[in-house]
Design a protein around this ligand. Sequence first.
Ligand code: T46
Length: 130
Amino acid sequence: MNLINFKSLGDARGELVALEGHRNVPFDIKRVYYISGTESGVSRGFHAHKNLQQVAICISGSCRMVIDDGNNKESVLLNSPFKGVLISSMLWREMHEFTSDCILLVLASDYYDESDYIRDYGEFLEIVNG
Ligand code: T46
């Protein structure tokens, strides 16, 4: 699991984290989106990306991110605005255990493109394992 620790630039007034492409985020950030209001018991993701790289950070609440490279599955509880997971291309991801206050912020290396998604697990396994 490729975790990134973000330093807080906060002070007595509170926390502040800056996210900068090619500095603490290892690509040019072309798109930012966030997921909120996910109902308890609902899971999301269940796809891989052919080329996209992303960094996901829970800036409020928590959720569990499962990353599967086709051979191994790893899971991490994202529960801190100071911890991100780098999701490189060709990794199957699932998100579970959303708390009601979860806001999952995602930084992406490219614009939205549905043709970059692999949404079929069998197809994903065929591509990564030949
Ligand atoms: C990912 C995980 C972590 C857009 O139109 N533009 C966008 O930038 C995004 C991200 C989504 N959409 C549309 C596509 C679907 O009609 O929004 C709808 C929900 O997207 P999806 O079902 O793919 O959402 P998740 O939560 O399963 O997955 C998302 C990202 O799509 C994905 O890239 O890695 O979060």
